[in-house]
Design a protein around this ligand. Structure first.
Ligand SMILES: Cc1cc2nc3c(=O)[nH]c(=O)nc-3n(C[C@H](O)[C@H](O)[C@H](O)COP(=O)(O)OP(=O)(O)OC[C@H]3O[C@@H](n4cnc5c(N)ncnc54)[C@H](O)[C@@H]3O)c2cc1C
Length: 506
């Protein structure tokens, strides 16, 4: 049956991941009279819509939700944790699918495992939920309200630091890391619990935040808000230089419609947001440029001197003895460290059993990129991707600075592994480029319209009033920390700007 889409709304939101959901939430809170239509190309895979698939207790049902999120790769093999994603491997993580071609150009490094999720909730239905604050040069220095916005990001994502407080080895791991890291660091740069978009239910079970938490009850109760899944936005309508709506295609029957709106928010991830702008003829010089990813070095260490302990209350899909710890970024050591139990980390398991449950700790360092203008996405007029959108080619290379940084990260991670326990294997290894799933910079924010950025502090595209962009592509700085809370913070600011204008004109 053909679905009936609204002919006109106040705000169209493209994409239902955490940043699109943040627009819906803030608008529902601040402009409840505004009509909002959200379009998502993927299917609804969890209940409530957008919830994290790790909250699905039944393993088969969880696997099928992951598979349904994998677009053209539904049903194909993925790398599940624990398991190795070594250089050369081209498999996606569960719930994601890889860019099938154009991920590397001859003579460049490329992003061989650049990936997407297509489902209600986007990657936020599959993520690890780490929400560290950016520090030092990771921070956007022209946003005076960054800390207040990040606090709002925490509120929307339901960030806590206590979810793993019952873990038996967490404190031990942190004290061992602190001994080699904390000297000369400010309190916020010291080893600590990882802020996570996770909370514990009264019965002890862990609940991972997805877009459902970001939407919150206020959006679900908002009669002016509608979410249409399996609907591809194929173009942004522009009249007299202003965004006035979108063209959509119902993926269930192929029918096409137009939906008019006063504002359009594109939250389609860092690769597909620029794709939609480009497909709509909106092609500012910075679009798709300064593409950057966080290269990863991983290692594991075994806590030899610990006794077996009962898993923390709640059980669930992950065992939880070691919790999740954070070694923050500094400008001198531009690495973001995530330290967690092996079954939550992509490292091969040790083979010399018996292993005390939770005693093998995975250590991952994400490195900040030396950002280059020429690292970019190019789109093709004639080639089409699986959805019928312009095919993309990624131009991407590491610089000498990046290679030195990776070498330094290998040295640092070895220090961390020795501090934690007995390193497993003789050296750390690097993950294939694109593994972080944190692509950034392609619709970057700027303080002024100088041709080097796509959007303003409010995330409004300089060239097209009424058009807003959201997601990690908006981040203009080379971050090493996980980016989602930062992108949600930016979305809060953009949504407030729209709410203010809608309220003023009501
Ligand atoms: C396994 C995994 C672990 C991760 N761990 C972390 C972590 O610990 N911390 C962290 O900060 N980040 C993590 N991430 C990344 C995090 O999930 C993303 O940063 C976050 O989801 C980005 O939110 P978003 O709303 O911008 O985009 P997405 O969540 O990618 O959502 C975009 C949505 O837009 C839809 N869309 C795209 N184009 C169109 C179109 N034309 N029409 C209609 N719909 C469209 C897509 O189908 C998708 O559902 C992880 C990701 C994965 C997969």
């Amino acid at each position: 049956m053909t679905r009936t889409y609204p002919r006109e709304v106040d705000v169209v939101i493209v994409g239902s991941g955490p940043t699109g959901a943040a627009y819906a939430r803030i608008l529902s809170e601040r402009a409840p009279h505004a009509t909002i239509a959200m379009f998502e190309v993927g299917p609804t895979v969890s209940d409530p819509p957008g919830s994290h698939v790790k909250n699905i207790v039944d393993a088969d049902a969880r696997a099928s939700a992951q598979s349904a999120s994998q677009g053209p790769d539904a049903g194909t093999a993925t790398v599940s944790s624990p398991g190795a994603v070594r250089a050369g491997d081209r498999r996606g993580r569960p719930g994601t699918f890889l860019l099938p071609a154009g991920y590397r150009v001859d003579g460049e490094d490329g992003l061989p495992v650049a990936a997407f999720s297509s489902n209600v909730g986007g990657m936020g239905a599959h993520w690890t939920a780490a929400c560290p604050r950016p520090g030092g040069l990771e921070r956007v220095d022209f946003l005076d309200d960054l800390d207040e916005l990040l606090a709002e990001g925490d509120r929307l994502l339901g960030v806590t630091t206590t979810a793993f407080d019952g873990s038996s080895f967490g404190e031990l791991v942190r004290s061992r890391l602190s001994a080699v890291v904390d000297e000369d660091r400010t309190p916020e740069q010291r080893v600590q619990r990882m802020p996570l978009a996770v909370h514990r239910r009264d019965d002890g079970a862990l609940v991972w935040s997805g877009s459902d938490v970001v939407f919150g009850d206020v959006t679900r109760a908002n009669e002016n808000f509608s979410l249409f899944d399996e609907t591809l936005v194929t173009g942004i309508l522009v009249e007299d230089g202003r965004a006035v709506g979108v063209s959509v295609q119902d993926r269930r029957d192929g029918s096409r419609s137009e939906v008019r709106s006063a504002f359009v928010v594109v939250a389609g991830d860092a690769l597909r947001t620029p794709q939609l702008l480009w497909a709509s003829g909106i092609r500012p010089a910075a679009l798709g440029r300064t593409l950057n990813d966080q290269h990863q070095v991983v290692y594991a260490a075994r806590l030899r001197d610990v006794a077996p302990s009962a898993p923390a209350a709640g059980g669930g899909a992950l065992s939880e003895q070691a919790g999740v710890s954070w070694v923050p970024y500094t400008d001198d050591l531009p690495f973001h460290g995530q330290v967690m139990q092996l079954d939550a980390s992509p490292i091969p398991v040790a083979d010399d059993d018996p292993v005390v449950p939770g005693s093998i700790v995975g250590i991952g360092l994400f490195c900040a990129k030396d950002v280059q203008w020429d690292d970019r996405i190019e789109f093709d007029e004639s080639e089409r991707d699986w959805y019928g959108m312009p095919a993309m080619t990624l131009h991407y290379s590491l610089t000498d600075v990046d290679r030195d940084r990776l070498e330094a990260a290998r040295g640092f991670i070895q220090e961390l592994a020795v501090a934690v326990g007995e390193p497993l294997g003789d050296r750390p290894f690097s993950l294939p480029y694109g593994s972080s799933l944190h692509y950034q910079g392609t619709t970057r924010m700027g303080a002024e319209d100088d041709g080097r950025s796509v959007c303003s502090r409010d995330s409004e595209v300089w060239a097209v009033p009424g058009l807003f962009v959201a997601g990690n592509g908006v981040i203009p700085t080379p971050t090493a920390c996980n980016p989602t809370v930062t992108s949600v913070a930016f979305a809060v600011r953009g949504a407030r700007a729209i709410a203010e204008r809608l309220t003023a004109s009501a």
